[in-house]
Every structure is written in structure tokens, then in C-alpha cells.
Design a protein around this ligand. Structure first.
Ligand SMILES: *Cc1c(COP(=O)(O)O)cnc(C)c1O
Length: 232
């Protein structure tokens, strides 16, 4: 317990300092604790330490963990975010489990989430994941297709697009992520000029979140720096 408190306060302090360096209000930045592969007991400790927003990247794992944690937790204001790639056939569960889905990158997926949200009587908050690196394996829509997708989703009544998300290519040097973060912010600004009221920038992980905050992140997704190395 002492260790997790120490790690969380160190992460919060680093977010705070990065925000101040950039002349930003640290309260604009939400910490999403990434709990994939993290055992329930450790997540309970993080809740006890004060964290409230958690990110999972697999629907199946989330279906196993979230109900158990919600039942055991004394805190009633927990929020769960889907940060990993989502298959259309899992959209039904995702809509039930998550307050925010960060990984929408196609019309087909948006349409399916909208349909499931309508059935559930819910307006689903989503982010559009943008692919800014040339790597073939990365998910996300290319910037060239972003505004068409935003146009399309604005016609879906049970979806609310809140912002953009990206994952830069892995690098040992956090500075390598900066151009990707900056590009995502520019795309958000361009979207705003075109009349799309997006606010959120989900960017930055354990290795590069300070750079992301300097470049305008409103959500940082942090696993390892809080929970330690993952086993899988
Ligand atoms: C695992 C994961 C993270 C957190 O990664 P860390 O390096 O452990 O902080 C953030 N975002 C996504 C999409 C992830 O899958």
C-alpha cells in the first residue's frame, strides 16, 4: 500500500510540474490508471489511495474484473475507460462497462457502438483514435480520414465524440513522442475550427506523459509507473 501511494503521488507531482512548465492548470489533466493484467487487490489499493478513473484494454478481462471491483469498492464514483482496440462484436459489452471508449477508428465501429448505446438507452462518450505513425500494425484512423469520420459520427444520436487519442511508436526517448502529441493537438484545433466541439486529448503513457502534458494532454493513460511492470 505504501509503495502504490508513493508511486501515485510521484506521478501526480510530475503531471503537475509538467503542466506548470507549459503554463497550464494541472486540474485540466485526468489521470487514467491503466489496470490491464493488474490483480484486483492492487486495483483496490489504488482506489483506496484516491484514484477514480481506470483504463482496461480488453473487453473480456474487463467483464471479469469491473463488476467484482464495483461490488467491493466503497467508492461509488469509479469510472472505467476502454483504451484498447475494440472489435465490433464486443461493442455491446463495451457500452455496458465503459464511460468512455478511446479507440474508435472506423465508421463501422462507430455505427455499432451507436446502435448498442441506443439499445442500452445511453449516450456513449467516445474518442477517435488517430494513427500518426507509418507503422502498419498500429490501430487508428489516418489524419486524412479524420474529418469525414467526425462528420459521420456527428450524425449518430447516441454517440458523443469528446476528443482524440493517439499512441506514438515506442521509443526509449520520450522526446521522440513530442511531434506526435503536437500533431494530435493541431488536429483537435483544426476540428474545433471546423465546428466540432472536441476537448479531450488522450495521449501519454508511463514513458512519455510529461511530454504529452506539455503538448496539451487532458488525459494521460498510465500503467507501469503506478502498478509496476506487467507480467504479460
Ligand atoms: C498499456 C497501455 C497504456 C499504459 O502503458 P504504460 O506504459 O504501462 O503506462 C496506455 N495506453 C494504452 C492504449 C495501453 O494499452
Amino acid at each position: 500500500m505504501a509503495q502504490i501511494i508513493e508511486r501515485i503521488s510521484s506521478v501526480l507531482k510530475r503531471i503537475c510540474h509538467a503542466a506548470m512548465r507549459a503554463g497550464r492548470n494541472p486540474e485540466e489533466i485526468k489521470l487514467i490508471a491503466v489496470t490491464k493484467t493488474v490483480p484486483t487487490l492492487l486495483i483496490m489499493e489504488a482506489i483506496e489511495a484516491g484514484l477514480r478513473i481506470f483504463g482496461e484494454n480488453r473487453v473480456q478481462e474487463a467483464r471479469d474484473k469491473i463488476p467484482e471491483i464495483m461490488q467491493r469498492s466503497p467508492a461509488t464514483n469509479l469510472s472505467w475507460h476502454m483504451i484498447g482496440p475494440l472489435q465490433k462484436n464486443k461493442a455491446r459489452y463495451a457500452v455496458k462497462l465503459f464511460d468512455m471508449i478511446h479507440s474508435v477508428d472506423s465508421k463501422g465501429l462507430a455505427e455499432e457502438i451507436n446502435k448498442q448505446a441506443m439499445k442500452a438507452g445511453k449516450i456513449q462518450d467516445i474518442l477517435i483514435e488517430v494513427k500518426l505513425s507509418p507503422e502498419e500494425t498500429k490501430h487508428g484512423i489516418r489524419p486524412e480520414g479524420l474529418f469525414e469520420l467526425l462528420e459521420f459520427t456527428s450524425g449518430l444520436k447516441n454517440l458523443q465524440v469528446r476528443g482524440l487519442m493517439t499512441i506514438p511508436p515506442y521509443s526509449e526517448n520520450p522526446e521522440d513522442s513530442r511531434p506526435y502529441f503536437r500533431r494530435l493537438r493541431e488536429l483537435l484545433e483544426e476540428a474545433n475550427r471546423k465546428g466540432f466541439p472536441l476537448k479531450e486529448l488522450s495521449m501519454g503513457m508511463s514513458g512519455d506523459f510529461e511530454i504529452a502534458v506539455e503538448e496539451g494532454a487532458t488525459m494521460v493513460r498510465i500503467g507501469t509507473a503506478i502498478f509496476g511492470e506487467r507480467r504479460r
